[in-house]
Design a protein around this ligand. Sequence first.
Ligand SMILES: NC(=O)c1ccc[n+]([C@@H]2O[C@H](COP(=O)([O-])OP(=O)(O)OC[C@H]3O[C@@H](n4cnc5c(N)ncnc54)[C@H](OP(=O)(O)O)[C@@H]3O)[C@@H](O)[C@H]2O)c1
Length: 253
Amino acid sequence: MQRFTNKTVLITGGASGMGLATARRLLDEGAYVVISGRDQARLDAAAAGLDADRLLSVRADVTSQDDLDRLMRRIETRRGGLDAVFANAGVGIFKPTTELTEADFDRTVDVNFKGVFFTITKALPLMRDGGAIVINASWTLQRGLPIASIYSATKAAVHNLARTLGADLAPRGIRVNSVSPGYIDTEMYRAANQDPEAEARNAAEVPLGSLGHPDDVAAAVAFLASDDAAYITGQDLLVDGGLVGSFPVAPAS
Ligand SMILES: NC(=O)c1ccc[n+]([C@@H]2O[C@H](COP(=O)([O-])OP(=O)(O)OC[C@H]3O[C@@H](n4cnc5c(N)ncnc54)[C@H](OP(=O)(O)O)[C@@H]3O)[C@@H](O)[C@H]2O)c1
């Protein structure tokens, strides 16, 4: 499929995990891809494995208004505009609620909510009518995960943003959706699941029987960002192997 030929797509948090998998997928489908992240060395390492002819990597922290302004200027200079944005950068601080500090709150909200909001609003002047925005939310916006109170609230917030912006930007034909990954095997997942039993335990909760791969989410993002989803806006697409939709089954004794 070549659904993104001549299209320019920005992916925040593009140096790893689902962001990098989506960069690879959209490059395969013909896009010009801009990846951003906080660390130039990580961006360079990611770029080394990608098609350099249609790739721009820009160091930009989504919590910095100056960085976001610089990022958008680089895109405007290089490409003149944007057709799609994957607002993917995020952090997870997973602790019992009573142990979460003000610093944990501020950092999580800064990256996952404020960062997503300003990535989108600063990208909008560059976006061509008929474009698409996809936000990386999480399955935890739909189910209560005890160690994820602030994290899950930010993900509910960004899904709500997708709904509102879906309506707000409809006159320009810009569609806005979120994707909600389940357990996806990435750096963030591994940092939060260091116990050796975690993979088997988590996979057992998933009806399809395994953790997801970043490519599973990349395929869903490519769909939502493409014209195949031309009549879909303000929605959340779960990519979770059935996790949220199923009733937890007690392990056999
Ligand atoms: N893995 C899962 O099971 C799972 C499930 C549901 C939702 N998600 C969501 O999926 C998204 C991607 O995470 P991932 O699982 O693919 O993990 P990941 O590989 O750790 O990706 C997170 C990316 O965000 C970037 N990032 C973090 N803070 C940033 C900032 N202030 N400015 C710019 N970039 C920043 C990181 O790059 P640098 O550190 O180099 O800046 C990194 O590339 C996140 O929004 C996460 O909440 C993950």
